[in-house]
Design a protein around this ligand. Structure first.
Ligand SMILES: NC(=O)c1ccc[n+]([C@@H]2O[C@H](COP(=O)([O-])OP(=O)(O)OC[C@H]3O[C@@H](n4cnc5c(N)ncnc54)[C@H](OP(=O)(O)O)[C@@H]3O)[C@@H](O)[C@H]2O)c1
Length: 262
């Protein structure tokens, strides 16, 4: 895959910033999107120092009209070879919360699902007209589990996974690929905010190396680290009812712990 123009959302932090640094080299045009000015500029400076040409855009992705205008303008000026829709919102409910706050649920659903779907859909058509391109969506290993502590999060990631698979099938004949990145635990501000254990934790830099290497080979699904690829395969063989029972029991125990303050 000969990539020259790359868009990365969520480039101001974590996995997105690490991906930007991995791709930064002479001859590469990077378009880096984020909200936090200081952190976005820090990523941009590191990428410029590595020889890339960098343009940043700082805005809230939930402003959907501005989002579409930004994407169309970026793709007009620098026809994109690779677009990585990585920005996301995470976080778990505490056992004492009954449901997620309405505004927070709306924001999470928009950033994690609506935004990447709108962008990938728009770009798929434009890339298909050019006869090449790759779109990358960042999901989560949580997409196959009914996590009672994060129903909105897992719902957005499950929807995104199916969308990625369907879009990939649809646009493959036009020379466009759609890849789904499925991270386990990556050491970023998002996962640092979790109270749950983070098994098989890897750094954002290591995650970026794995993702870039697998994208280079045109992978349509990238589960990382490898331990989660094994777990995903094994749990995929289990009856859904068994998975529900396991999570029901685990949640009851956690709920009881939450009520007694344990
Ligand atoms: N870390 C993990 O363990 C893990 C596991 C599974 C999946 N993932 C997925 O990996 C992706 C990257 O997460 P991360 O771990 O790198 O998290 P992170 O360090 O918290 O970074 C999230 C990025 O998303 C951007 N973002 C969030 N809301 C935005 C909005 N409304 N408008 C514009 N940008 C927005 C943030 O920008 P600002 O900071 O500038 O606001 C930030 O750059 C997410 O899709 C996440 O769901 C992560």
């Amino acid at each position: 895959m000969s990539v020259q123009t790359i868009l990365i959302t969520g480039a101001s932090s974590g996995i997105g910033a690490a991906l930007a640094r991995i791709y930064a080299r002479p001859g590469i045009q990077l378009l880096l999107w984020g909200q936090n000015a200081t952190r976005l500029e820090a990523t941009a400076q590191q990428c410029r120092a590595a020889g890339a040409t960098v343009e940043t855009a700082r805005f809230d992705l939930t402003a959907l009209d501005e989002l579409v205008a930004q994407l169309e303008s970026a793709d007009e000026r620098y026809p994109l070879d690779l677009a990585i829709f990585n920005a996301g919102l995470g976080g778990s409910l505490t056992p004492s919360d009954i449901a997620q706050d309405r505004r927070s649920a709306e924001r999470m659903a928009t950033v994690n699902f609506t935004v990447p779907v709108i962008c990938a859909n728009l770009l798929a058509g434009r890339m298909a007209a050019r006869g090449h391109g790759r779109i990358v969506l960042v999901g989560s290993v949580a997409d196959s589990f009914p996590l009672p502590m994060a129903p909105v999060y897992v719902g957005t990631k499950a929807g995104l996974a199916l969308f990625a698979e369907a879009l990939d099938l649809r646009v493959a004949r036009y020379g466009v690929g759609v890849s789904l990145v499925v991270p386990g635990f990556v050491d970023t501000p998002m996962s640092q905010g979790l109270t749950e254990p983070r098994p098989f934790l890897i750094s954002a830099d290591k995650a970026a190396v794995i993702i870039a290497r697998r994208l280079e080979r045109g992978a349509s699904q990238i589960v990382l680290p490898w331990q989660f690829a094994v777990i995903r395969r094994l749990t995929g063989l289990l009856p859904r009812l068994l998975i529900r029972i396991v999570f029901r029991i685990a949640w009851r125990i956690s709920f009881a712990g939450g009520r007694t303050g344990k």
